[in-house]
Design a protein around this ligand. Structure first.
Ligand code: SF4
Length: 63
């Protein structure tokens, strides 16, 4: 599935990485993909990653 990150909406709460290792953070705690600097990419559709996307409080993660 394709996930898009909107860093401007991220409040660096740290929640998404607790659900899925697909997500990591930059030096300021803003979300990024673990293995790239892309803002949009295909990731495996797992319950953990779906939970991470759905749990983001600011909708910084989108399907
Ligand atoms: S859950 Fe949302 S607001 Fe929190 S760190 Fe992840 S992308 Fe940012």
């Amino acid at each position: 599935m394709k996930v898009t990150i909107i860093p401007e909406k991220c409040i660096a709460c740290g929640l998404c990485q607790t659900y899925s290792a697909v997500f990591d953070y930059d030096d300021e705690g803003i979300v990024k993909f673990t293995n790239s600097q892309n803002l949009s990419q295909e990731v495996p559709e797992t319950p953990e990653t779906l939970m991470a996307v759905k749990s983001c409080p600011t909708k910084a993660l989108n399907l």
